[in-house]
Design a protein around this ligand. Structure first.
Ligand code: AFP
Length: 349
């Protein structure tokens, strides 16, 4: 597969590796790409059309919805509901599993998505994205229980970033690849093949406003990086925080670094800030496929058996050497406090 290959061709070539494939997955991925292009078109028009600002509703997690959250959710459903490749969907914006209506054909896949990640950036013209994950279903009428699969079981994970360019980044278990939307022809084109996250970096990404509530291991790591040339690595570090995981992670895929939304005392009761199924699992799959590490600090994210659809967890991901250092701090802390620590620092690709 060469740079310049259209996404549609890449998908067909992947399909040919599996003689038993029916083509259903390929068609589903084309539907997802179309949904992302449609959302991208709405995002690009911004204030010229009525897509900015708050909606009059909260989502199932009690968060104020933006108009674009609802528009993106509706577009994702509309583009995926009728073709017969999906058994059911689940969205960060909807409390319960969204079943395929009885009058529509159903397929063998489960589609999980965060239609608009980084909603607080919408009104300031900042980067936002859509995150998605595909799993298999062996039921015709799946329930929430059927969605609760470990992240390692994802058939495909990806996101679409609505930045200066619109890019779709996917992994179907054969590396992580990025395709840039060519607006003139309306097709995603392979521009970044087999992305490899550099093992070292001098950037980290974390919401410093939560510093006083962090656990000791994260505080120790950041204090060490703040020490710059006097720290363990003997070099100056930079901090970057966009407030849209999709963008912060995209930067790490492109040039390395560490992104964390760790556990802190303010969110401990909820389990964390980020959602396991809509954010952490798909992003961890992409990061591991690109040679990075994804952990809660204590366990590998992709090994976690979800307990509910909207479960939240701590997330620490990125360059191998940075995350390994953070794991070492957690391992020592776990030993001191008799906590469970299972994440051995190895690469899984
Ligand atoms: P929203 O999509 O609800 O705005 O949340 C974005 C997000 O889940 C993730 O993309 C960011 O990294 C994180 O929340 C930002 O959190 P802070 O509001 O604490 O900066």
């Amino acid at each position: 597969m060469q740079l310049g290959t259209p996404l549609s061709q890449y998908l067909i070539e992947e399909q040919r590796l599996y003689p038993e494939a029916t083509g259903s997955f390929t068609l589903l991925m084309n539907d997802i790409a179309l949904a992302c292009k449609t959302i991208s078109a709405a995002v690009r028009k911004g204030a010229l059309v009525d897509v900015l600002g708050n909606a009059e509703t909260d989502n199932c997690q009690g968060e104020q919805q933006k108009k674009l959250d609802i528009i993106a959710n509706d577009l994702f459903i509309k583009n995926n509901i009728w073709r017969g490749h999906i058994a059911a969907m689940a969205s960060e914006e909807m409390e319960e599993v969204f079943p395929i209506p009885e009058d529509k054909p159903r397929g063998k896949y489960l589609l999980v998505f965060d239609p608009l990640d980084g909603s607080s950036n919408i009104d300031v013209d900042g980067p936002i994205g859509t995150i998605f994950s595909i799993m298999r279903s062996d039921k015709e009428h799946p329930t929430e229980e059927d969605f609760l699969q470990e992240g390692v079981k994802q058939v495909c994970a990806g996101y679409c970033l609505y930045g200066p360019a619109t890019m779709i980044v996917i992994s179907i278990g054969h590396g992580t690849h990025a395709f840039t939307l060519d607006p003139d022809i309306g097709e995603f084109i392979l521009t970044h093949k087999d992305i490899q996250i550099p093992a070292t970096s001098a950037e980290y990404s974390i919401n410093h406003a939560n510093r006083v509530k962090w656990e000791k291991p994260m505080l120790e790591y950041v204090q060490d990086r703040e020490a710059g040339v006097d720290g363990k690595k003997g070099k100056r570090y930079t901090m970057r925080w966009v407030g849209a995981m999709v963008m912060d992670v995209h930067r790490i895929l492109m040039r390395g670094g560490m992104f964390a939304y760790p556990i802190d005392e303010g969110i401990r009761a909820k389990g964390g800030r980020l959602r396991l199924m809509y954010e952490a699992n798909p992003i961890s799959f992409l990061v591991e496929q690109a040679g990075g590490i994804a952990t809660t600090g204590y366990e590998r994210i992709l090994d976690i058996k979800p307990s509910k659809l909207h479960q939240r967890i701590p997330v620490i991901i990125g360059s191998k050497e940075e995350v390994t250092d953070i794991l070492d701090y957690h391992k020592a802390f776990a030993a001191e406090h008799d906590l469970k620590f299972t994440h051995e620092c190895k690469l899984y690709k």
